[in-house]
Design a protein around this ligand. Structure first.
Ligand SMILES: [Zn+2]
Length: 205
């Protein structure tokens, strides 16, 4: 695999750059510190994001199906927690992968799949909650007041999307903050007034 080195801001190929500064946008980088540059171009991030989204959707389908068929006995709370937890966890994973991805062509499929996971988790969790409750011995009347699942089905994408969006934004901020810290430490010596070449004339005695 060819070693690639690309600018974190503008994606410029820095392979031939020796100054430690992107010739296109001026961002500092350190070839010895992988956090200060991207090891693959944005194109690679698009493909990777799309593939991750497909894999995640398949994993979500399997896990939600498994948690739907799991025998919960009489515990409708356990049913809700398990299915909802799986949807939320997959939403977090999708949001974190999207934040690490540098291309919006990779990010958007991940964010959509993440929202779908959280939404499906909410809907199937509330649906199973009432089913388990209703099939328990001597269910109370509230067990049949099951409008929650319909609400989750119709409007669940709103909290699902908000949840995934907030995790994504928080992860982006953390990543930007960490990258900025590294870039500042890289650019500090370059921006100082220290001479880059030794004096050509010997100092006078
Ligand atoms: Zn650049």
């Amino acid at each position: 695999m060819a070693f690639a080195i690309h600018c974190l801001d503008c994606d410029f190929d820095l392979k031939a750059t020796t100054t430690g500064r992107c010739p296109e946008c001026g961002r500092g980088f350190d070839p010895a510190s992988p956090r200060t540059f991207a090891s693959r171009p944005r194109r690679g991030h698009s493909v990777r994001g799309l593939l991750s989204a497909i894999v995640l959707a398949a994993v979500a389908f399997g896990l939600l199906r498994w948690s739907w068929e799991w025998p919960y006995g009489d515990s409708h709370h356990a049913a809700f927690r398990t299915i909802f937890g799986i949807g939320a966890a997959l939403g977090v994973i999708a949001a974190l992968l999207a934040a690490r991805n540098r291309s919006w062509f990779g990010r958007i499929p991940l964010l959509l799949v993440g929202t779908l996971c959280a939404w499906a988790g909410l809907f199937f969790a509330s649906e199973k909650y009432f089913r388990v409750w209703q099939s328990s011995p001597d269910p109370p009347d509230e067990a049949f007041a099951d409008t929650g699942p319909i609400g989750a089905l119709l409007a669940g994408w709103i909290p699902g999307g908000l949840f995934v969006g907030v995790v994504f934004a928080a992860a982006l901020l953390v990543l930007a903050w960490r990258r900025r810290g590294r870039t500042e430490s890289v650019s500090a010596p370059a921006s100082s007034d220290a001479p880059t070449h030794p004096p050509t004339t010997p100092p006078s005695r």
